[in-house]
Design a protein around this ligand. Structure first.
Ligand SMILES: [Zn+2]
Length: 378
């Protein structure tokens, strides 16, 4: 199956219901991607992910490149076969982790030189190398290398990163078109990433230049790096409006449950975030009445489920008391059950959003959902 995207229904709010076809299945959008960092969604088996109807997950190129190495994964037939995952996989370019995790990084027009956070070994990530590594991994959707900047950043800094990101996208495009595709997944496609910080004119300019290069999809990078949520949505909306309506749009690294709908209404089709999985391992669980810390004394003898209105396997079977005990005793099963519930919670919000767009009642759904989710934060 070749890559394809179609907008099934456009909502007056800007939200879109879509269908993304990849060599590893069809993904209903808007979609939330669990973080499968090192070729595993932490504490989840692939069987459990299938049980949650996960159709697309994110894997991090930086982590897999350093360990076990993209060449090994290539020899194992690509990441799908290596991790035994039949569904879709999206890989990032590795850039974000280089900018956030690696030591001694040095950015030049050529690429980023950095030291591994694992063993201190020195590496060079160029736009060409990012394509080569992702082709060895054989993900369904890869990302071109971009320059990520901090928030707040000056307009001059944001402009230079956006310009470099554009140059790197040009080089990536050349590499994609002149070098043969990876054997593991010859139908793999690459998305470009729009940068430009919090400056709308830079975003518009960067988007227009990237659109001229004609990528099959576009990501909006450099958001959720510390800026206020309203600004983040504004930039997402502004940028999305400059992107072709027949291509998928992906905002990287967002968001909180009460924010997902805001991005959807900004015209975004795909999102990923470590929050449900990472927070689960810290005993921070999402409910429709707001989040809770399962380790708290009030749950030690609470026979009820995490969330009365949750339909997940964990809420149907296990009590808060038991989960509180598992967490306090540092039992592996605690992380497994907490992760299952939190992922279900995020995926269920996206499912409900898709349903609301399909039935044309997103605005009513939206005010109900916001009120409910925000209630827990007051
Ligand atoms: Zn649940």
């Amino acid at each position: 199956m070749a890559f394809r995207f179609e907008v099934v229904k456009a909502d007056p709010s800007g939200a879109r219901l879509g269908r993304l076809t990849t060599p590893h299945g069809t993904i209903e959008t808007p979609a939330f991607m669990p973080a499968g960092t090192a070729g595993t969604v932490k504490a989840m088996t692939q069987e459990a992910l299938e049980g949650l109807h996960v159709s697309l997950l994110l894997a991090n190129t930086y982590h897999l490149y350093l360990r076990p190495g993209h060449e090994l994964i290539r020899r194992m037939g690509g990441l799908h076969r290596f991790m035994s995952w039949p569904g879709g996989i999206l890989t990032d370019s590795g850039g974000y982790q280089v900018f956030s995790l690696a030591d001694l990084r040095k950015v030049s027009d050529e690429g980023v030189r950095f030291r591994s956070h694992l063993d201190g070994s020195e590496h060079m990530l160029t736009p060409e190398k990012a394509i080569e590594v992702q082709r060895a991994l054989g993900s369904d959707i890869g990302m071109v290398l971009d320059e990520c900047i901090e928030y707040p950043a000056s307009q001059a800094r944001a402009a230079s990163a956006a310009w470099r990101t554009l140059e790197w996208a040009r080089r990536s495009k050349r590499q994609i078109e002149t070098e043969p595709p990876g054997e593991a997944n010859p139908e793999q496609v690459f998305f470009a990433i729009v940068q430009g910080g919090t400056f709308k004119d830079l975003r518009r300019e960067n988007a227009a230049e990237l659109v001229a290069l004609d990528f099959p999809g576009y990501a909006i990078g450099g958001l959720a790096v510390g800026e206020p949520h309203e600004l983040s949505c504004e930039i997402a909306r502004e940028t999305a409006a400059c992107l072709p309506s027949d291509r998928p749009r992906y905002v990287m690294g967002v968001g909180k449950p009460e924010q997902l709908l805001d991005y959807v209404r900004s015209g975004i089709d795909m999102m990923d975030c470590v929050l449900p999985t990472r927070n689960a391992r810290n005993g921070y669980l999402y409910t429709r009445q707001g989040p809770l810390h399962i380790k708290n004394a009030e749950f030690a003898d609470d026979p009820g489920p995490i969330d009365e209105s949750c339909g997940c396997m964990v809420c149907r079977r296990y009590s808060r008391a038991y989960l509180c005990h598992l967490f306090r005793a540092n039992e592996i099963l605690g992380a497994i059950l907490n992760t299952h519930h939190n992922l279900y919670f995020f995926l269920d919000i996206m499912r409900a959003i898709r349903e609301a767009i399909a039935f044309g009642n997103l605005s009513r759904f939206s005010s109900e959902l916001q009120a409910r989710l925000e209630a827990g934060h007051r």
